[in-house]
Design a protein around this ligand. Sequence first.
Ligand code: NDP
Length: 291
Amino acid sequence: MKTAFIGLGAMGYPMAGHVSKSHEMIVWNRTTAVAERHAGEYGTRMAADVADCAAADVIFSCLPTSREIDSVVDALAGRLRKGQLWIDNTSGDPESARETACRLAGLGVEYVDAPVTGGTNGAAAGTLTVMVGGSKEGFARALPLIELFGKKIVHVGAVGSGHAIKAMNNVMLAANIWVAGECLLSLKKMGMDLSVAFEVLNAGSGRSFASESLLPPRLVEGKWPLAFKLALLDKDVRIAAETVHEQHLSTPVMNLVSNLYTAARRDLGENADYIEVLKYMAKMSGEGWEG
Ligand code: NDP
């Protein structure tokens, strides 16, 4: 099967690598050097132009937001043909997904939103959790391809549902990171050794993925890698907050989390890692994590 992958970022690069081991693949990335590297590493073919990806039977995309998806759909639209499948692994917004699906359906192209969770480690290992929004037929067609980089793959509903649940997942992640950070900063201020604090908290009922896996390397070992941009998590939380607003629900914590992450993003910049919100949070109290 001829496949195409658009967007070789922290997630797309390894995901495309997995698919390319089983299927012929053409790749496109805004920064050409990355696509060249991918072609060298996996034997994929670099597209001279993004529109060349329209030649594939199945098109994957993994871009920052639904806005960039709209642009690539614009670029490919004139060359798309009936019977193609578009698997969008971006964490996008549900309404845009429905519009894109409608537009592509008009060209005879099936669209599924299939955002992922599991981070760059899960992408490298091919063990991502993938939540798919789309028709039953679209899901059935996408499944064997998604299995090449996914471990837990769930059809969550109609088009847009994948994006909706992904946004809510990331609200829970963002809230957990923030509140765990507040508790650990308090314990640090009281003079407690943070490795001792983690030992207890991670054996207790307050533990979370944040306290178990994300925070200890940063707060105990002082390692702050860039794994997932804060700007992208801020985008996800904002999508969730805007989606529930449209439903006239009252979700004060979600709105607060969105405001905090937006403020942290403004302070830390577009290239900060998501866990760096803790630096912003500590600064709000005139504190830091060093020492
Ligand atoms: P990155 O920032 O690492 O990569 C973004 C990709 O999009 C790059 O290929 C980049 O190209 C491309 N891109 C950016 N802007 C444009 C544009 N205007 N036009 C065309 N291409 C563009 O992001 P991630 O791979 O981390 O994230 C991709 C998606 O996956 C996001 O929706 C994110 O929320 C989601 N996600 C990320 C996770 C993570 O842990 N990182 C985990 C789960 C989901 P270039 O190389 O030129 O910059």
